[in-house]
Design a protein around this ligand. Sequence first.
Ligand code: C2O
Length: 437
Amino acid sequence: MRRNIDDLNATEIATLRAGIAAMKARPISDPTSWEYQAAIHGHSSGASQPAWNSCQHGSFFFLSWHRMYLHFFERILRDASGDPNFALPYWDYTDLTNPNARQLPDEFLTPADASTNPLFTSNRRAVINAGGSIAASAVSFADAYDLTVFSSTNGASTFGGQEVGAPIHAGFPHSEFESTPHDDVHVQVGGGMGSFEEAALDPIFWLHHANIDRLWEGWLQGPGRSNPSSGLWLTQMFTFFDENGNQVPMSGADIVNTAQDLSYTYDALPPAPQSEETVVVVEEQELVVIGDTTNVEFQEDGSFTIIVIEEESEESGTYELTLADVEVEALPGGHYEVYVNVPEGVTPNYDSRYYVGNLSFFGLKPRDQVEPGSEGRSSIHQYDITDLVADLRATNEWTGEAEVTFVLAAPEPPPGFAEPEDEPPAIYIGRISISRG
Ligand code: C2O
């Protein structure tokens, strides 16, 4: 049974540390080593060894691939720990009843020395290692939980992402759930956790993904929700290594029932989603752009106005906000909260009606490090704003102009922590558009 890290006793924490230390002591040429396992997620040399660089992002394989990855890692770690009952714990940053939930678990911070504490790494944001909390909007997964459809051809308004015809390492757009909380937690912890190539070298990666996997199980408890029951999602084969270092294939059909197929369950699931609202999944080609602005650039925060042209008679329909050709000068100090039509004088707040979602850059690289057109250089992000537009219309706040605002959400520092002020990097967006269907 996978349990909340906060409920592990000292012996269990010692077992976790011993297993990680043993894996870290193995050479990268050993598939059961810490470094080889992390390279399966991503490695700067690309796919130079079997299974390297194979993590799945931006498609409906995101959840299933990471479940398989965790399963084999858990077996290797169990074997290395010497405890035949070992199970991977999870980091429950989504527990609203715990005021410390958004800080890294203590064991990952102290002792702050990687040579004595294998759960510590200095390759994180200093504010996080000092006990700061990841920003609250990073873990606001309620909007993703409300979605009832697992996948569609463009992935918009789905929990699990876009349907693709082949594996895709660094695809975009990410589904709402892949973005928040998944991507946002990565970029909030920062350092190695901010990139595909280094993320799984940070031990917190594995507890983050155990929680993502647990939230997926929780989502399935809501009405009308299910995993794909046919097609490539079930049959596509991926490659991993087991605890004996043997190469093993696995497909979606092998992982749908965690208890039967993979011998694990969770001690507790989050409250099941209640909404039954079936979102009309609108395919991309049915959307018509009704306003846009191009080539915007901002540093810390930014606001951009879009003139929207609509026929008077078009009173209903689906609205989408799209950010295309998004590139970064460098990774910023957190993720961005995105708002539409925040009234003058009102402080943007992610609890408000004007909040449409987050923009984060997990999987993106600084643009001067990547050739135009190649993987990781630019991304696309979509936000369903149908309800917001209807709401704004009802209060006469939808008047032919839409103002899109970006607010940087950085980790909350612990008392007394002062971070050196760096110049925030520039964010470039090729096109911000609003479309309807
Ligand atoms: Cu493949 Cu959380 O990342």
